[in-house]
Design a protein around this ligand. Structure first.
Ligand code: COA
Length: 319
């Protein structure tokens, strides 16, 4: 048995807060509609001077400082995203230079949409024993405003920008992640067309189809991770769910009969930040002293593709 511990977190949000009230002046919507359908009250949007790389750098530095891990100790740097500053090389490669990571640190970006951070955590758990260094830097980061039609009321109210970072430690005797991952090819449900399609590269979504998928996938991932771990829900200290829509989370919490106080979210202030959502929430919980050493957090992400992932993170937060 080998696995990971989460030992440090960091986060970065753009300075500009966009409230529902501001959106009512841009598109035909209302605060009441957005709050009642999604739970979102405001989100952060990048301004021209802010970049994906800069958000990631801030989050990564914070996580490394809190974990007490120096650049020379990092064996893998993975960034889950589909909205980086360049098509290639990835933001992870930029971080190698900016953070001074050794050149044999495995650095790459990966795209599994809103499930990406957990795909990256799982990938790090497999790469670190090969690389030989114990510590991995795993980020989820998006500048979704780059791929959102800001005049389309059905999508612009949902999405926000941000970056979350985690430092993980690999150990031979650490508990397994009990990760589950999967995908189903349904791009018509939620996708961002690419340059080869001739279509605009903006989020296209069948909201009701995504909703039906999410209320099935989220509880299924939780149950599968618990089964793999041989745990009951009451043995998990925190449930950290992708912040797509408060209604989706509330339905899953009720269906699984989870204690709501262990399922706290931040969607009201961040909106849906895709791959950044789970690490940003982990960071917020850590900052509020809600992730204590020895505890366990069950995390789930789901989104475009369709993709999904769940994992059990052992917590060894150092500060
Ligand atoms: N403000 C006001 N009205 C809006 C609106 C907005 N921002 N966006 C859509 N509407 C309108 C629609 O045009 C439609 O009007 P019509 O009845 O006159 O045609 C009406 O509201 C209902 O639209 P519908 O799409 O059926 O609403 P809904 O109840 O399904 O809620 C979502 C829409 C997007 C909030 C909901 O489907 C959802 O949350 N889906 C999941 C989305 C998600 O989580 N995506 C990311 C996954 S990672």
């Amino acid at each position: 048995m080998s696995g990971l511990k989460l030992i440090g977190t960091g986060g970065a949000l753009p300075a500009r807060e966009v409230t529902n009230g501001e959106l009512t002046r841009r598109v035909d919507t209302s605060d009441e509609w957005i709050v009642s359908r999604t739970g979102i009250r405001s989100r952060r949007w990048c301004s021209p001077g802010e970049s994906h790389t800069a958000l990631c750098l801030t989050a990564a530095r914070q996580a490394m400082e809190r974990a007490g891990v120096g650049p020379e100790e990092v064996g893998a740097c993975l960034v889950a995203t589909f909205t980086g500053d360049r098509m290639t090389p990835g933001t992870s490669v930029a971080l190698q230079g900016l953070l001074g990571l050794p050149e044999d640190t495995v650095c790459f970006d990966l795209n599994a949409a809103c499930a990406g951070f957990l795909y990256a955590v799982h990938t790090a758990s497999r790469l670190l024993p090969v690389n030989g260094r114990r510590y991995g830097l795993v980020l989820g980061a998006e500048v979704l405003t780059r791929v959102t039609d800001l005049d389309d009321r059905s999508t612009c109210v949902l999405f926000g920008d941000g970056a979350g970072a985690a430092v993980v430690e690999w150990g031979e005797d650490f508990p397994d992640l009990c990760a589950v991952m999967g995908c189903r090819a349904r791009p018509e449900t939620l996708c961002v067309p690419g340059v080869g399609t001739g279509e605009a590269s903006v989020i296209r979504m069948d909201g009701q189809a995504v909703f039906r998928f999410a209320v099935e996938a989220l509880p299924r991932c939780v149950t599968q991770v618990l089964d793999r771990a041989g745990l009951r829900p009451e043995e998990v200290d925190r449930f950290v769910f992708h912040q797509a829509n408060q209604r989706i989370i509330d339905l899953a919490v009720r269906k699984l009969r989870l204690p709501p106080e262990r399922c706290a979210g931040n969607i009201a202030r961040t909106g849906n930040t895709s791959a950044a959502s789970v690490p940003l929430l982990l960071n917020e919980l850590a900052e509020r002293g809600k992730l204590r050493p020895g505890q366990r957090a069950l995390c789930v992400g789901f989104g475009a593709g369709l993709t999904w992932a769940g994992a059990l993170l052992e917590l060894g937060i150092r500060s």
